[in-house]
Design a protein around this ligand. Structure first.
Ligand SMILES: [Zn+2]
Length: 187
């Protein structure tokens, strides 16, 4: 990869593992950077290019720039939590790098995911997928981390109007339901 000596391998994700909507992921645990792709979930060429640039940049940060990765512990919930926060924060860096290379401005965080969370708070008063973290404190940490990442993206990184609207909706839903519970002070 460039002059770093790192090699990239592109691998097609097996059908049974390509759940709905999943596009690509990066694995830097091996010698080479492995990018798993689900072509059936990638519709347009520009979508594919952005997606691959995104994953390769994750690989670059981990393998070449030695960005820190969460270390596995005995505590599965803690690992889950660390992985989620790590992904969100690294996505902000990845988005910035990819944008600097001339890729279109979109959003550093998955809009379907953030919009979905806002919808769930509005409709059900809870974010269902966080139930995989049985500890309330862990859920709270992820919600606050999501809030901070959205706010950082909104204030410091170029994003589309659509993305702004989704983040604003998340803020409103979050403030109404969780702000006091999570003990967040907004300045
Ligand atoms: Zn990512």
């Amino acid at each position: 990869m460039f002059n770093s000596g790192a090699k990239i391998r592109f691998i097609r994700m097996p059908e049974d593992k390509s759940h709905e909507g999943y596009k690509a992921s990066c694995d830097t645990s091996k010698e080479d950077i492995r990018i798993w792709i689900c072509p059936k979930n990638i519709s347009a060429k520009i979508d594919r290019d952005i997606c691959l640039a995104h994953e390769v940049t994750h690989g670059w940060l981990g393998r070449v720039e030695k960005y820190v990765r969460p270390v596995k512990t005995e505590d599965q919930e803690k690992d889950e939590q660390a992985g989620m926060i790590h992904n969100m924060v690294e996505d902000l860096v990845v988005y910035n790098r990819v944008k600097q290379e001339g890729f279109p401005i979109i959003s550093p965080l998955d809009l379907k995911d953030i919009g979905g969370q806002a919808y769930e708070i509005e409709q059900n008063g809870q974010i269902k997928y966080l139930n995989m973290l049985p500890n309330g404190k862990s859920q709270s940490i992820i919600r606050v981390a999501t809030y901070i990442c959205c706010e950082y993206a909104l204030k410091t990184i170029g994003i589309t109007e659509d993305a702004k609207q989704v983040f604003e909706r998340y803020f409103e839903a979050y403030k109404g339901r969780y702000l006091a519970e999570d003990g967040v002070d907004i300045v």
